[in-house]
Design a protein around this ligand. Structure first.
Ligand code: GLY
Length: 382
């Protein structure tokens, strides 16, 4: 039987980022993924929307800003270690309002963000095409977030995986974790489709699938899947360079070679990754209103992915409330790509006992959801 210092369940950007940093710190680490590592992460748009995604105070904001700032160095580090360029594009993001109601929501967000960062610009309708010539002035108003950049999510997922492997991590793809091995309230390893593996510590980082195995631990983790459908279009003529994001949630992310990634629908509760005609139709209608040039494009690809969303929409990062040496890291919802660099570093510090990190991650502790389980435990003990 193989023995590791640490097993990570889930080979997406979060799992691989954690595994990479733990291996760098000298631990013997294994990653298990039920399918192809990084599949869910690869579906993402790749926006680093550390400002776009926050409209009011949120314990995640500071972490999101720090994580966004890590990307230029991460790009260089991953390129050096793996030869993979994550295609960090630094043209910023325009968030646009279509109606009076959206205008007032956007205005509030602008006020909240600009108090912290005066570089954020409010754009009147006629100023919008000056900043992004492919947009029209048919908008109620917009903000320009010049630091909300983007990367190509499949390349980031591949690069984290390869960097982890280069650092010595053993990656088991197509290997389903079937059961956590637990004795006297302590995790000892996992049973998988190819046998048992022991480890001193285990981290559950399987995105929306994380709750399944934890169900055996009298802890019901309220993380649900939220399906998102996307498509990409190739343009031949003029193409935008800035990410365009509508207050209603539709976005266009310009990738290399004039490939426009258009996302995303939001369907809570669904693990199904089929793409519906209605989903694509609604994205195309909304996206072409924002950027009329899209109508000339050739549809290249459609796909769907699954975001892990916790009941309070915050990530879940920290120790299992009842089982020793078992950690949980999921629930990054719309921000998995953005948060992947800092999550690996913080979880490494947390796992290796850094008390400061324990304090920093307190708002994200899995124990915040254990209240509803207390009754179950009593029931079990009685
Ligand atoms: N980060 C964008 C999305 O989840 O659709």
């Amino acid at each position: 039987m193989k023995v590791y210092d640490h097993i990570v369940i889930g080979g997406g950007v979060i799992g691989c980022s954690i595994a990479y940093r733990l291996a760098e710190a000298g631990l013997r680490v294994a990653v298990f993924d039920a399918g192809r590592a990084g599949q869910a992460s690869m579906a993402a748009g790749g926006m680093l929307g550390a400002q776009n995604e926050f409209e009011r105070e949120n314990p995640l904001l500071e972490i999101a800003l720090e994580s966004r700032a890590m990307f230029p160095q991460l790009r260089d580090e991953l390129l050096y270690s793996t030869g993979i360029d994550i295609e960090l594009r630094t043209a910023g993001l325009i968030k646009t309002a279509a109606t009076e109601q959206e205008w007032s929501e956007l205005r509030q967000q602008y006020q909240f963000l600009t108090d912290k960062d005066p570089s954020i610009q409010w754009l009147e309708p006629e100023e919008v095409p000056e900043v992004e010539p492919c947009m029209t002035s048919q908008t109620a108003g917009a903000i320009f977030l010049e630091k909300d950049h983007q990367v190509k999510a499949p390349l980031l997922a591949e690069a984290f995986l390869k960097a982890a492997m280069n650092a010595g991590v053993h990656v088991y793809e197509e290997t389903k974790a079937l059961r956590l091995l637990i004795q006297q309230n302590r995790v000892l390893g996992i049973d998988t489709s190819i046998g048992s593996f022991h480890a001193t510590q285990v981290t559950m980082a399987a995105g929306a699938w994380s709750s399944h195995l934890l169900a055996d631990t009298i802890f019901s983790l309220p993380v649900i899947p939220v399906k998102g459908e996307c498509l990409s279009i190739r343009l031949a003529g003029p193409a935008p360079v800035k990410t365009v994001f509508a207050v209603d949630g539709c976005y266009i992310v310009p990738k290399r070679n004039k490939e426009m990634l258009i996302g995303a629908t939001s369907i809570p509760g669904s693990f199904d990754t089929s793409v519906t005609a209605g989903g694509i139709l609604s994205l195309l209608q909304r996206a072409s209103r924002l950027l009329p040039v899209l109508s000339d494009g050739i549809i290249h690809r459609t796909w769907a992915g699954v975001r892990p969303q916790a009941a309070d929409h915050l990530p879940v990062m920290g120790s299992h409330p009842f089982i020793d040496s078992l950690h949980i890291c999921t629930g990054h919802y719309r921000n998995g790509i953005l948060l992947s660099p800092i999550t690996g570093i913080l979880m490494k510090k947390y796992i290796t006992g850094c008390q400061e990190t324990h304090k920093l991650l307190a708002p994200f502790a899995p124990a915040r959801f254990s209240g509803s389980c207390a009754a179950n435990i009593h029931e079990c003990l009685n």
